[in-house]
Design a binder for this molecule. Structure first.
Ligand code: SF4
Length: 242
């Protein structure tokens, strides 16, 4: 890694660490009192791609990390299919505390409410400002709506490019947890759409890198995609991911 990158990485880490501490102490929403861990976000502060989901689930809340558990494993396969490792990207959510509703067997996950997303938005905006990604991938309808408005429909409007915060190209796709919930023939249909979105992300990352006239750093150059991509989607034999 170049010394310049190292200095810049350190600078950004020094900005993100105190912001994470502020988020950790935040109790602006009721869910701030209910969560076990604040899940601020993690990843490469120099990342070209920022992945933004809706909010932490049970496993994330337990571990204090975004996109872990089955959905996280699927996200890693999705990223791997376009030549990116989890460590290459920055991953966070629209809200940093787990949104829950009471259920018969204890609290269960729910989508974040608009006021919770609004309360938490300064943390997200700060992350976007500091990391300054070239591309944003919003996963799931709540994350997409937080940027594109409440009328956004994930089934109809995903897979297109929008101007995100600071003009960063933003695309929305299905959340890995949604893919995991699909059954039967729906799985392959949804995976095909997601694969199309992922290829668009890959192409945009390459385009942004070229526009910046600064090719991806040698240590971040993606490996050529693994061969059976089109058949397996996300590097798995058809039907085995979910
Ligand atoms: S969701 Fe965000 S704004 Fe709300 S309490 Fe948690 S950290 Fe604070």
């Amino acid at each position: 890694m170049r010394a310049l990158d190292l200095d810049e990485r350190t600078r950004r880490e020094r900005l993100l660490a105190p912001a994470a501490a502020v988020a950790d102490a935040c109790r602006k929403c009721a869910i701030g009192y209910e969560r076990r861990h604040n899940v601020y976000g993690e990843g490469d502060p120099l990342a070209a791609l920022m992945v933004i989901g809706e909010g932490p689930g049970e496993t994330e809340d337990m571990l204090g990390r975004p996109f872990v558990g089955r959905a996280g494993q699927l996200l890693e396969k999705m990223l791997g299919a376009i030549g990116l490792a989890r460590e290459d990207v920055y991953i966070c959510n629209t809200v940093k505390c787990r949104p829950t509703s009471p259920g018969p067997r204890g609290p269960r996950n729910r989508a974040p409410e608009p006021d919770e997303m609004a309360n938490c938005r300064p943390f997200l905006d700060e992350q976007i400002d500091v990391v300054a990604p070239g591309v944003i991938l919003a996963l799931g309808a709540p994350a997409a709506k937080s940027f594109l408005g409440r009328d956004f429909q994930i089934t109809k409007m995903r897979g297109r490019w929008y101007a995100g915060p600071n003009g960063v190209p933003l695309i929305a796709s299905f959340h890995p947890a949604y893919i995991l919930r699909q059954t039967g023939g729906e799985i392959e249909a949804v995976k095909r759409l997601v694969w199309r979105d992922l290829k668009a992300v890959r192409a945009k990352l390459d385009e942004v890198a070229a526009l910046r006239a600064a090719p991806l750093r040698a240590d971040k150059m993606p490996e050529p995609p693994p061969e059976p991509l089109q058949t397996g989607l996300f590097g798995e034999a058809p039907g085995t991911v979910c």
